[in-house]
Design a protein around this ligand. Sequence first.
Ligand SMILES: Nc1ncnc2c1ncn2[C@@H]1O[C@H](COP(=O)(O)OP(=O)(O)OP(=O)(O)O)[C@@H](O)[C@H]1O
Ligand SMILES: [Mg+2]
Length: 376
Amino acid sequence: MLSLRGLEKSFSAKGDIVRAIDDVSLEVGEGELLVLLGPSGCGKTTVLRCIAGHESAQAGAIELGGEAIFDASRGLDRPPEKRHIGMVFQNYALWPHLTVRRNLEFPLRAQKMKKELAAGEAVRDVAGLVDCLPYLERFPSELSGGQQQRVALARGLVARPKFMLFDEPLSNLDALLRAQVRHDLHELHRTIGFSGIYVTHDQSEAFALGDRLAIMRAGRIEQIGTPQEIYSSPCTEYAANFVGLSNRLVFSPMGVDRWGFAGEDGGEVPITTRAGIDELTLRCRPDDFELLPGSANAYDGLALEGHIAGSVYEGRHYDLSIVAGSSTVNVHAGVAQGAGLTTGDPVRIGMRWQKGSWFSAGTRVDVVAREGVSSP
Ligand SMILES: Nc1ncnc2c1ncn2[C@@H]1O[C@H](COP(=O)(O)OP(=O)(O)OP(=O)(O)O)[C@@H](O)[C@H]1O
Ligand SMILES: [Mg+2]
């Protein structure tokens, strides 16, 4: 449905050149919602603005539904109103002086849908989908934030654009409303089946809505894949951190197929990786650890000894900070187990080998652990 090839966009700001997007290529299939996930300033909005035609890239090409809408090498740059793309922004951007009905008619007028009857029907259809029918005659200032954002979603969809762009549309809503509107959006995507790109820096939103995710870093796409692929095998430490593998443990070589946990006396792990690697980093989630009984029984996985440096009750679990060697790891402990632990208590924690992801110099590597041996 949409294809970007080699898109480049730089801005000059106060004499500096800012490379906002750097050789971005991607494709979005018919009916697919691709989520762009990345930190502030990595170029997400700039990608959307180039697709919508509000910004012209310096290099690259964009095709929509098999038609070229932008091609820097040919000087082709179709204006926004001729691209048939719908957009929904973070700050609703409704016209304050127009009622909800007039706001929803606006994109239809831009497309010159002259027949009043057809326009009225289109507005009623889309307002029904997002539960806005009861307040068609109100002004935006007479609506709650969540209602305004629903109207903004409806306005993006009313002209049945070829493609939808969403720029963090839920980030101004409180947690409860965000979950509700996210659910509505998911339903809308299922029923109308629009194709689009959805920008967020919220990991759970990305997983809930994306058919595929693209992780962005400093203007480039770091990894693109299904949520399942990225969750289970992030290709770099950067991507790993973005999908919740927040714990980072560094290991250094101690001999052939023997690796030591940096800073820990005597801690040694029996793992094998390819030759030529002189530093290994293990990434895992706080849920991947379990608290082990105090006795040093053999454990088939990584076992670490440490002490509690902090404990926060989070309702469903305790979030423990545990200092082990020179590292601090976060571990989620069950409420019953966590309640009995206070700062300074010694603990032993374990993680099954298959849960962790291993990296060297930031890039994923294969590591094989020999079974049945424990550490420390
Ligand atoms: N008009 C502009 N002039 C100069 N620099 C710009 C302009 N627009 C964007 N930039 C720069 O380009 C980079 C990418 O900006 P962009 O708005 O695309 O980031 P983003 O990923 O959407 O961030 P956020 O999550 O904060 O919205 C940033 O470094 C930004 O400062
Ligand atoms: Mg942005």
